[in-house]
Ligand binder design. Structure first.
Ligand code: NAD
Length: 422
């Protein structure tokens, strides 16, 4: 095994450790002392809960769940709840730290939080999922609330689960609390635009990056890895903007057409898990997809896809990370040295939390905005954030990932300092 491969595998083993490495680098660049890193290197709180839930066959299963709150110096913490068999403590902690960074980058009055339950929702009935969702809210009720910690959907959780959770919290508190959670159905105080917010945020970052690189979006060749919530909406937005989406993929393979794929047809045929390539005979691999000759590459599937092993073979001029952690730190260095503009996940995928914030604001004021208002506000926030990160990268001579971490970490470091914590 080559050294670079070995290093990449080590990095991929621990997203938590690589997040700590960049936070430390960002704090050092900003001139903070070691104490600040000691404060921010881990969440302030991590609650582990065990929940006995009655299953449909009458048996009891005891589920384990977590809620991590990274730093609440800026304001209440905010972040999704993941239902997945591979949820673990380290992942929840790392994801809460990413949420702090995202909130700092787009300048929201929040710190980062994250929750997760070890379970496989694909094997559970709706009634079991409802009992688990309500049980989780009862278990963590002491540390969450509209001014403490505001959850949201994440992997395998959706607006129905948010609705059950909001109802359970409102019952516990004995008053209606729509601001307890975001990502709710519209009739329960959800926000217009939430569903496509992440993809729109990525699109705005692509537009800004293309301007910097002098690439015209009309006719630009775009490759998107992943055809789920984020990837499929994004492919559609790129297609509608006049770009040529020449490659898409899912967990089973990838599709390529140098003249542009029929995105509307693919959207129509994909299933609810984001699978579509199984319908076609002529496919390429995900590895080949990432190395296609294109202008813009958007990893929108899973982590650790661009590593020291393939970073030298990437042909795109711009990479915009819709997925969390698709590029390792070693690969980030290689891509930057090669002059590829890489827009990091903590900036590019912050559209979702931004519209979640808008939902919470609307809940608190009891006055609701049109989709147009939401999307206009989102665009303003993301363009400003992109410009800020780009300028820090240019003036401090650092890559876009480190620049984004510097912007993201500064607000919570300053808030912690003013509060007298460090
Ligand atoms: P999803 O589950 O809806 O879709 C995932 C897609 O990736 C599917 O098409 C699936 O087939 C594909 N995939 C799975 N394993 C793969 C593999 N090994 N190789 C290639 N493709 C594979 O998920 P999503 O909500 O679209 O999220 C995708 C990424 O974006 C995740 O990293 C997620 O954390 C991140 N993200 C999503 C949102 C959001 O609002 N949806 C917000 C922020 C970040």
């Amino acid at each position: 095994m080559k050294f670079a491969e070995q290093k990449d595998q080590e990095e991929s083993l621990n997203l938590f450790t690589s997040t700590q490495i960049v936070i430390k680098e960002a704090l050092t660049k900003l001139g903070y002392h070691e104490e600040m890193y000691e404060l921010l290197k881990e969440p302030l709180r991590l609650m582990t809960v065990r929940m006995p839930i009655r299953m449909d066959d009458g048996s009891i299963t005891v589920f384990t769940g977590y809620r991590a709150q990274h730093n609440d110096a800026v304001g209440p913490t905010k972040g999704g709840i993941r239902f997945h068999p591979e949820v673990d403590e380290e992942e929840v902690k790392a994801l809460s730290m990413w949420m702090s960074l995202k909130c700092g980058i787009v300048d929201l009055p929040y710190g980062g939080g994250k929750g997760g339950i070890i379970c496989d929702p694909r094997k559970m009935s709706l009634a079991e999922l409802e009992r688990l969702s309500r049980g989780y809210v009862r278990a963590i009720s002491q540390i969450v609330g509209p001014t403490k910690d505001i959850p949201a959907p994440d992997v395998y959780t959706n607006s129905q689960i948010m609705a059950w959770m909001m109802d359970e919290y409102s019952r516990l508190r004995e008053y209606d609390s729509p601001g307890f959670i975001t990502g709710k159905p519209l009739v329960l105080g959800g926000s217009h635009g939430r569903e496509k917010a992440t993809a729109l945020g990525v699109t705005i970052c692509i537009e800004e990056a293309a301007k910097k690189k002098g690439i015209e979006l009309t006719g630009a060749r775009v490759v998107v890895q992943g055809f789920g919530n984020a990837g499929s909406f994004l492919a559609k937005m790129m297609h509608d903007a006049g770009a040529k989406v020449i490659g898409i993929s899912d967990a089973h393979g990838a599709l390529y057409d140098k003249n542009g794929l029929d995105i509307d047809y693919l959207l129509d045929r994909r299933d609810s898990f984001g699978t579509v390539t199984t319908l076609f005979e002529s496919t390429i691999t995900n590895k080949e997809l990432l190395e296609l000759d294109c202008d813009i590459l958007v990893p929108a599937a899973i982590s650790n896809q661009i590593t020291a092993t393939n970073a030298h073979h990437i042909k795109a001029s711009i990479i915009v990370e819709a997925a969390n952690g698709p590029t390792t730190l070693e690969a980030t260095k290689i891509l930057t040295e090669r002059g590829i503009l890489l827009v990091p996940d903590v900036l590019a995928s912050s559209g979702g939390v931004t519209v979640s914030y808008f939902e919470w604001v609307q809940n608190n004021q009891g006055y609701y905005w049109s989709e147009e208002e939401v999307l206009t506000k989102l665009k303003k926030v993301l363009v400003k954030s992109f410009d800020q990160v780009y300028e820090v990268a240019a003036t401090r001579g650092v890559n876009m990932r480190l620049a984004a971490y510097m912007v993201g970490v500064r607000k919570m470091a300053e808030a912690s300092r003013f509060r007298g914590w460090v």
